[in-house]
Ligand binder design. Sequence first.
Ligand SMILES: [Zn+2]
Length: 143
Amino acid sequence: MSSGMAACTEYRERLLDHVMGAPPAAELAAHLKSCPACASESKRRQVLGTELDAELRRLANPDAPAYLAARIASHQRPAPAWGARVAIAATLLAVIAVGAWLVNARRESQTAEAAAAISGWRSPTASLLLPPSQPIYKESSHE
Ligand SMILES: [Zn+2]
């Protein structure tokens, strides 16, 4: 086995296998214990490997990241709910307006019918109170 920087270079090449999940060989493990530089490099690569793994999992995960899901929830969900509320309110207003119009139209129609009935109706008392000069009483009046 070589020693010094050459050995470290060789071990650091073997670190890749260690980072990818393979347990370090006894020789490499012994070198990592005795060489702070390689041990530090091993930890750095393990951190990078963990970050790479997390990144790969994130990219492979079809589900949106939590922050994106939260953003979608905060922006998209209230919008349809708001729109639905507006649609319901508009529908209710339309129903109320049409209902009020129908009631009003019916009331006006009834009022017109009642007015027509009243205008066409002659009270006998009103006829009796007519002045005698009225033609209708010329025939049957006391005069
Ligand atoms: Zn080393």
